[in-house]
Design a protein around this ligand. Sequence first.
Ligand SMILES: [Zn+2]
Length: 272
Amino acid sequence: MLAPPVRCLLDTPGLILWLTGAGVSAESGIPTFRGKEGYWQVGSRNYQPEEMATWAAFQEMPEEVWAWYLYRRGICRGAEPNAAHRALAAAERRRGERFLLVTQNVDGLHLRAGNTLDRTYQIHGNIDFMRCSRECLPAPVPMPEGVDVAWGKGRPITERELQALKCPSCGALARPHVLWFDESYDEANFRFESSIDAAQRASLVVVVGTTGATSLPMHIGTIAAQRGIPMVVINPEPNPFSALVQRTGQGAFLCGTAGQWVPEIVDALPSA
Ligand SMILES: [Zn+2]
């Protein structure tokens, strides 16, 4: 049950900025693809995600990087949006322009649940999209037909798939639309400035299932703290965001999973 002080925080006519991370997708069965579960074997060598998810690896072995992403995409496509995803889609329908979602998740589950691209800033990209490796396209394009979504680990990429993974404009090999470890946030691909702007305008920030391991989410939390606006933090254990709430005294930490708290919070939002 939401405590009355938390209900009070939700009672805002202004913009509510939601920030979601891997914790939201965990309940759909999406692994984090970090550490041991994320390694990828090329020849006799095991590569860690931090090595595979790089522009450098794509330059060196584009087919292997694509094979890894197609395998990961197969897992994402096999998963379904959960109660937290569905609640966030309902929140957007109800609040319209007073709703904004910034997500670190690349699995595409927020869009599949019904959130719109306009109001969902996918700051690490989306595995269901690709873009030109020479950046000749104005925006990412959906993954093409003819690329199997039931990929197995260790299956090599086919010639037909390689042909499908070409930029529709210039014919160069396309790349997964994800932010890699050796790349930086930008506005065109990842809505960096728009996310900062949203943090500066929001009346409330709700942080769900993220540890703050990457710089932009923590930046958003810091802006909220500096502006003195409340932050509601949902996570199974304390994290840097709950520490911010504790320090500023603005907001609340709800210990638990996204599925436990997000539907209840969305139900409690004033609709007008
Ligand atoms: Zn191109």
